[in-house]
Design a protein around this ligand. Structure first.
Ligand code: PEP
Ligand code: MN
Length: 332
């Protein structure tokens, strides 16, 4: 249950009530709000005099649900807005991993040339083998911060561990929680304590319910700035790396109030398929895309087969731009 308290309820009283009914107390939509599990179906008696309105839910998709908020939340991506009435489709570009200053600078310059604003680059890579490149860590974060400073770009990078959150907040604008990390409640709770936007990727074996519940960990902890990212799920098919779940995206658009970003790069796993998938994603009217690009994909230290080279990325962007415009959206 979500309970919006009356404006005249003091913070102390709200805290008392929250403790009495074992609820989260957060500021949601500018209002003092208490949140309990969805098992609570009737307004607790002690709340009657203090409640403005309340919502009852069939399951634990609550703060993220369309039933609670019938719009799409606005989330600030650095200096840009996505969701809400912004009409923006953010194209997040950059390499899988930050590998060197020269490499990340070339990606930053590509984005600037195309008039795009958001640069990605992993510094703590969640690799499936301990012998693979694990990322540059703090050194990589400093390079991202340098690009942010030099080019005015918003930067996003992933947290592999809750202990990375403070560093990531210091050097970047948006925290990415990866497909393998999205069940990590230490990371989710640490993200909840910040007010930075959090992009949560769907695990490849994660149901939509579990996916949105991961977002609920961040929302109920007090951070309203959550974005969902579909990046492909594992099916019986082995010809592609994963299967981009566009049905799932339609479900999320129908049932949740969170901006949605699609990642065709990790879903496909091969550069050749990324452009056509990206067009399908834009056609769905989503809030953004995440596309990996590298100056020389063959030599990339991670995800070499799926990264577009800069010519391919530029050509794709030129195709996507008018497509977004037809839908009344703008690529940023
Ligand atoms: C990535 O964005 O480079 C990444 C590791 O993605 P995912 O968590 O979706 O596998
Ligand atoms: Mn990658």
């Amino acid at each position: 249950m979500i309970i919006e308290l009356k404006n005249n309820v003091s913070a102390e009283k709200a805290e008392q009530l929250a403790t009495a009914i074992k609820a989260f107390r957060i500021l949601s939509n500018g209002k003092q709000t208490l949140v309990t599990g969805s098992g609570v179906k009737e307004l607790p008696q002690e709340l009657t005099d203090f409640t403005e309105q309340f919502w009852v839910f069939a399951n634990d998709i609550q703060l993220a649900s369309k039933k609670y908020r019938n719009d799409v939340r606005e989330v600030a991506f650095g200096k840009d807005i996505i969701g809400g009435n912004s009409g923006n489709t953010v194209l997040i570009g950059g390499p899988c991993s930050v590998e060197s200053e020269e490499q990340i600078q070339s990606a930053a310059e590509l984005l600037v040339k195309l008039g795009l604003n958001t640069l990605r680059g992993g510094c703590y890579k969640p690799r499936t083998s301990p012998y693979s490149f694990q990322g540059l860590g703090l050194e990589g974060l400093k390079l991202l911060a340098k690009m942010r400073e030099k080019y005015g770009l918003n930067v996003i990078t992933e947290a592999r561990d809750a202990t990375h959150i403070d560093e990531i907040i210091e050097y970047t604008d948006i925290i990415q929680v990866g497909a393998k990390a999205m069940y990590d409640q230490g990371i989710l709770r640490a993200c909840a304590k910040t007010n930075k936007p959090v992009l949560i990727k769907r695990g490849f074996g994660t149901t939509l319910q579990e996916f949105v519940q991961a977002a609920e960990f961040v929302l109920s902890g007090g951070n309203e700035n959550v974005v969902l990212c579909e990046r492909g799920i594992r099916t019986f098919e082995t010809g592609t790396r994963f299967t981009l779940d566009l049905c799932g995206v339609a479900w999320l658009q129908e049932h949740t109030n969170l901006p949605i970003i699609l990642d065709p790069s990790h879903a496909m796993g091969y550069a050749y398929g990324v452009p056509s998938l990206a067009k399908a994603c834009v056609a769905m009217g989503v809030d953004g895309l995440l596309i990996e690009t590298h100056p020389n994909p063959k030599f990339a230290k991670s995800d070499a087969s799926q990264q577009l080279n800069y010519d391919e990325f530029e050509r794709l962007f030129e195709t996507l731009k008018p497509l977004a415009n037809v839908l009344g959206r703008k690529m940023i």
